[in-house]
Design a protein around this ligand. Structure first.
Ligand code: SAH
Length: 388
C-alpha cells in the first residue's frame, strides 16, 4: 500500500477551488509517508483526489502536484518541465536571463528555476522538491542544454521545512559570474551570491514599460544591480542610482561601464534618509523609480509597511517636476494591489499632487499568476504621472 494522506472536507473544498496547499489542520492522517515523499491524497470515503508532496515539518503538509489517478513518475515530471519551458519559448523574451519555472504557477509547487544564459539556478523550497532534485536536474539539463546547474538553496523558508540552507553545484560547472543580456543591457551576474538567484528577473517588463515614459533627470531608488537605472539611461539625461548595499553599488558602476553608459551615477545610501535630504536641497527629477524590498514579510508587519510605502511615495511625488513619472513597486505579497493603490492615493493627497495612473502592472509574464492562488501574485508596479 503506497503512502496516503487523508484530508478533511475543508481540505477537499480548498483543493477543488484550485489551491494546491493543504494545511496541517485539514489533514486527518498520513500513513507511510517519509519526509518529502510523494503521497496519495484521499478525501471522504477514501476517494482518490491526487498526489502531493508531503512535509512532516511545515504547516503546509501537502502540496498537490496532480489530480485524479495519474501516476507521478519521471515521465510526469518531464512533461511538467517541458510545458513550463515551452511557455517561456512562446513568450519570445528579448533576454538571455528569465524564469523557466515559477513554482505553483507551473504546477510545480515550491520549485524555482531561473535561466542565466547557459546556467540554471534552482531553488527547492519544500522537503518534496528537495528530494526530487536528483530526478529533476537531469531532465532540466536535457531539455535546456545547460552547462551548469546551481542550487541556491539558501532562502530562509527552507528552515520551516527543516531543510538546511546551502548553495551547491548540482551539475557541470558554474562560474563566479555569468554574462547575460536583458533587452539592450548587458550584465555580469553573480549567481552564487546575488540576491534571489542573481537578478530581479520579475521586473524585466516593467523596466521596458518605464522606458516608454522616462526622460530627463532620473532617480532610481533601491537600484540593486541597476535594473531600472541602466535600462533608462538610454532615454535619460542622467541617472542617480541609490542602494544601501556597497556590493550592489559596485555592480551598478561595473555594469554601467560595461554598457558604455557614462550618465549613470551610483551611490550607497539609505533611500529614506536620501529622499529627505534631496527634499531639503530642493532637488527635482523628471522620473523616479521606487522598487523597495518587501516591507511586509508577514501579516503583522503590514501597518508598518504601509507607513513605509506611504513615506517614500509621498516624498518622491514632492521631488517630481510637474509632468514627471513615478514608477512605484511593491513586492510584498501581504500588501495587495488595492492596499497599495490606497497608499498611493493617500500619498498624492498629502503631497497636494494630482496624479494619474498611466499603467498598472505586475510581475513579468515568465512569473505567471495562477488564479485561485493569490500567493503567486506578489509584485505590483504602478506608473503614475504627476500632473501639476
Ligand atoms: N530595482 C532593483 C531591485 C531592487 S531589490 C532591480 O530592478 O533589479 C531592493 C534593493 O533595495 C536591494 O538591493 C537592497 O539592497 C536595497 N535596500 C533595502 N533597503 C534599503 C534602503 N533603506 N535604502 C536603500 N536601499 C535599500
Amino acid at each position: 500500500m503506497s503512502a496516503t494522506a487523508r484530508i478533511t472536507a475543508r481540505g477537499e473544498d480548498r483543493l477543488r477551488a484550485g489551491h494546491p496547499w493543504i494545511y496541517r489542520s485539514d489533514v486527518r492522517d498520513v500513513t507511510g509517508g517519509s519526509p518529502g515523499a510523494i503521497v496519495r491524497v484521499t478525501g471522504a470515503k477514501d476517494k482518490p483526489l491526487g498526489h502531493a508532496l508531503f512535509s512532516d515539518q511545515s504547516q503546509i503538509v501537502l502540496r498537490v502536484v496532480s489530480r485524479g489517478d495519474a501516476s507521478v513518475d519521471g515521465a510526469f515530471w518531464r512533461t511538467r518541465l517541458e510545458a513550463a519551458i515551452r511557455f517561456r519559448k512562446a513568450l519570445e523574451l528579448d533576454a538571455t536571463a528569465f524564469r523557466l519555472v515559477h513554482g505553483e504557477a507551473d504546477l510545480l509547487p515550491s520549485l524555482i528555476v531561473d535561466r542565466y544564459a547557459d546556467v540554471l539556478v534552482v531553488q527547492a523550497l519544500s522537503q518534496g522538491m528537495d528530494r526530487l532534485l536528483p530526478t529533476l536536474v537531469p531532465i532540466l539539463v536535457d531539455l535546456t542544454g545547460a552547462t551548469g546547474v546551481l542550487a541556491r538553496n539558501d532562502p530562509k523558508v527552507r528552515l520551516l521545512e527543516g531543510l538546511e540552507q546551502k548553495v551547491e553545484v548540482l551539475f557541470g560547472s558554474v562560474p563566479p559570474t555569468v554574462a547575460v543580456r536583458e533587452g539592450p543591457v548587458a550584465y555580469d551576474v553573480d549567481p552564487w551570491h546575488g540576491q534571489k538567484t542573481g537578478l530581479f528577473l520579475d521586473q524585466r517588463e516593467n523596466r521596458d514599460a518605464a522606458a516608454r515614459y522616462a526622460r530627463g533627470r532620473v532617480l532610481d531608488c533601491f537600484s540593486y544591480n541597476g535594473g531600472f537605472g541602466l535600462r533608462l539611461a538610454g532615454v535619460a539625461s542622467e541617472v542617480d542610482a541609490l542602494d544601501s548595499s556597497a556590493d550592489a553599488v559596485a555592480r551598478i558602476a561595473h555594469n554601467a561601464a560595461r554598457n558604455g553608459l557614462a550618465n549613470v551615477k551610483a551611490r550607497e545610501a539609505n533611500v529614506f534618509d536620501e529622499l529627505r535630504h534631496l527634499e531639503r536641497e530642493n532637488a527635482r527629477f523628471d522620473t523616479i523609480v521606487l522598487d523597495p524590498p518587501a516591507f511586509a514579510k508577514n501579516k503583522a508587519a503590514v501597518p508598518k509597511a504601509l507607513a513605509g510605502y506611504k513615506e517614500i511615495n509621498l516624498r518622491a511625488l514632492r521631488l517630481l517636476n510637474p509632468g514627471g513619472y513615478l514608477v512605484t513597486c511593491s513586492c510584498s505579497y501581504n500588501v495587495d494591489e488595492a492596499m497599495f493603490g490606497q497608499v498611493l492615493y493617500e500619498a498624492s493627497v498629502d503631497s497636494h499632487t494630482p496624479v494619474t495612473v498611466v499603467e498598472k502592472r505586475m510581475q513579468g509574464r515568465d512569473h505567471p499568476v495562477l488564479l485561485g492562488v493569490p500567493e503567486t501574485y506578489y509584485l505590483k508596479c504602478f506608473i503614475l504621472r504627476k500632473l501639476a
